[in-house]
Write a protein that binds this ligand. Structure first.
Ligand SMILES: [Zn+2]
Ligand SMILES: [Zn+2]
Length: 192
């Protein structure tokens, strides 16, 4: 899968929002395009005042660039739900629950096995997919609301590309569930 320039530039801003500052090399690996393409995108974004170029990379301008969320608070940790990582659970007992990221989404899922449906947001493209079909990148250096951070991707190749740029471990739904079950110690706010 490849992004058109507008989508790619939007995604560069999202990555920077999560990461504050990135090198050309990291952006090249994350986006799967040439360094020249990254430079061209960065110049566009600098020209339009959305970005500051740094030595060998890019950073968001000093002013805060917050993405206010319309999705409300996470049912697990009560943090705001970022659009790029939102998780939705739907079940007969509790109706529709929203979580801030796959980390909280999976924890909620374990507490409420009646949830018949869980959807995660693809970190790269923003579309929602069945959690079961997604690939997960656990513990990368992309900062996220919860630790360890878990990013969801529709394509395993995308997850692996991010892994090359930002580290971490690529896991299937089953593997990441297993991992979280073995480390989980907190209780969701909703259920206490
Ligand atoms: Zn949460
Ligand atoms: Zn979270």
């Amino acid at each position: 899968m490849s992004l058109n320039p507008a989508a790619r530039q939007r995604h560069i801003l999202e990555l920077l929002d999560a990461h504050r500052s990135l090198t050309i090399q990291e952006l090249t690996a994350a986006l799967g395009v040439s360094a020249m393409t990254v430079h061209r995108d960065l110049n566009r974004l600098v020209d339009s005042g959305q970005l500051a170029k740094t030595r060998g990379g890019a950073a968001l301008p000093a002013r805060a660039n917050s993405h206010a969320s319309a999705a409300g608070a996470c049912a697990m940790c009560n943090r705001a739900v970022p659009e790029r990582s939102a998780v939705i659970l739907q079940g007969p007992e509790r109706g529709r629950l929203t979580a801030c990221c796959p980390h909280c989404g999976l924890a909620l899922f374990e507490h409420d096995t009646s949830a018949g449906l869980m959807l995660v947001t693809d970190f790269l493209y923003g579309q929602m997919v069945s959690a079961n079909d997604a690939s997960y990148l656990l513990g990368s250096s992309v900062s996220s609301c919860c630790t360890p951070g878990i990013l969801a991707f529709v394509g395993r190749d995308d997850a692996e590309r991010f892994q090359r740029g930002f580290g971490g471990e690529v896991m299937s739904f089953a593997r990441v569930r297993q991992y979280l079950l073995s480390t989980m110690s907190i209780s969701p706010m909703m259920l206490t």
